[in-house]
Write a protein that binds this ligand. Sequence first.
Ligand code: IMP
Ligand code: MG
Length: 346
Amino acid sequence: MIENVDVVIDLQSGDTGKGKVAYSLTKNTPRGEYDYCLRFNGGGNAGHTIYHNGNKIVTHQIPVGIINGIPSIIGPGCVVNLFKLEKEINELKSFGIPVDDLLLIDKRAHVVTGDHLTEDGRDTLIGTTRQGIGPAYRDKYSRNGIRVGVVAELTEFSKYITDVYELWYGKKGIGILAEGAQGFSLDIDWGDYPFVTASHCTVGSVLLNGIAPQALNNIFGVIKAYETYVGAKDFEPDDPELKKLRELGQEFGATTGRPRQCNWLNLQTVKQAAQINGATHIIINKMDILEEVGVYKLYDEKGTLRNFKTSRGFMEYVERFLYDDVNLTGTGLIEQVIWSRSPHEI
Ligand code: IMP
Ligand code: MG
């Protein structure tokens, strides 16, 4: 049985530093706590940038926990591009990571085909990552998809194929770190439709991968001290300070290299996302970048832009909002708010 599942989940529009949080958790949590790291949604549209032993490693489909030697699963809720996966496997191997001993793919995950990539490559409406994600999920739901277990059987990928049910429900005391991709505002149901991805990016998505709700424990909601979005809609107001934020924060996509549109922290979104995901911890990354720009602005719960004189004033306001307002009206679960200034570790 699965005894404990912690979740890393994005409360904004992606690119909040989830990978860094998952890396830090799998590195610093005592061995044995996490038997597996699990990706539960999306596919090659994600890009998690990790600094490990002086190397910069970018993963797209494989959970970050693999870098710390944790057996890592691409779950049944994911879509997989096998050609890109091979590249990713080889890159991880070049850093000395024993991928063949650690990588597992649930047989139920769906395959991203060449046709999916071609079709998504023509997208101009949403500004997708062109990784075939939308067409692959569409074919899954219209029951025209292909499960990875079927095609991989005949290839060198067969050694990675698993059945998470057999893996998790055969023995006792299993611990899992579930690593989310994309973010709340990109969720197919809760996001800003149609400017969304094709998968579920909330905690509910973890359960869809074969995990019973009672096993959920810590929910690490991750945000940045400001917000970014990549895609076709207008998101960034005309403001030179936001352009500065993009440069100093190096806000360019890990998957596509596209400049990310920037805006100030939006507490309306964070509140909704924290409540719906049942966040127990809020990790706020990149406070150092806001301090470098030296401008402390946020949209409060009513959508009004507020300006703070100091970093401390900004942080106190955010903490009070999360601990008091969000906890009073949500499930009352936020135990800890953690600020991160370091670019590489939480
Ligand atoms: P898709 O997931 O490639 O279909 O793209 C749909 C929308 O989600 C686009 O606006 C993408 O830029 C955005 N998106 C998808 N994956 C990520 C991610 O990992 N980080 C940030 N934005 C993403
Ligand atoms: Mg990313």
